[in-house]
Design a protein around this ligand. Sequence first.
Ligand SMILES: C[S@@+](CC[C@H](N)C(=O)[O-])C[C@H]1O[C@@H](n2cnc3c(N)ncnc32)[C@H](O)[C@@H]1O
Length: 232
Amino acid sequence: MASGSRYSLTGNTMQVISLCDFTGIMVKPWAEAGHDCLCLDLQHPFGETTSGRITKRRADVRTLTPSELPKPDIIFAFPPCTNLAVSGARWMKDKGIQGLIDGLQLVESCRKLCQWYQCPWMLENPISILSTCWRKPDAVFQPWEFGDNYTKKTCIWLGGGFMFPTPSVREEPEEVQQLIWRMAPSPERAAERSKTPQGFAKAVFKANSNRVGESEEPVDGFPVPGPDPRSQ
Ligand SMILES: C[S@@+](CC[C@H](N)C(=O)[O-])C[C@H]1O[C@@H](n2cnc3c(N)ncnc32)[C@H](O)[C@@H]1O
């Protein structure tokens, strides 16, 4: 068990970090509840822009170190799946070994940051080769299970006491949309597909924001904070 209260989640302002997060949808419920949120993404404008409780900072997760971040109470990560998704397997050959290395490097950079602080964390990816080369996901969900009107099988790896929310919808509603997926491949379609589902974001907030106490032992035992993880 980590020493001391790592995340007193009631009454105190929390620090939320979201990696590879362009839209900030994931942190919106936290910001609305008065918590400080930092979204890091390569697509943000240079420097930092703050609106209300949400700060967006341009950053490359591959070179980001804990010394550049505030100590978080909870971390989310959405590394790109372009080179890892099973749905893109037939293109994997074209992307070659370097494509695979690039994709895995992004995930590994996020994983190290997530596990560094021994606080609750989750990392999202679609059905991907991560199940084979890291471990099976801790949870798999469809956006419609949390009230978003579309399908996209999504995997979650989690740790540090992160609570995966209980789905509010058990059976796929008939009106679930496939519209986004019918769009022709384009940058707009890719951006639309990668947005965090709002219902899931709200459910994660509900499941994790009112907990008091110590962080649980990280799932795969990341050591007590010491040297920068990049030097290991
Ligand atoms: C799958 S999308 C996730 C989007 C997220 N769910 C959202 O709602 O904004 C992956 C994100 O990773 C960002 N990204 C790609 N390479 C990155 C890097 N090296 N460092 C930080 N962010 C990166 C992309 O700009 C994109 O916004």
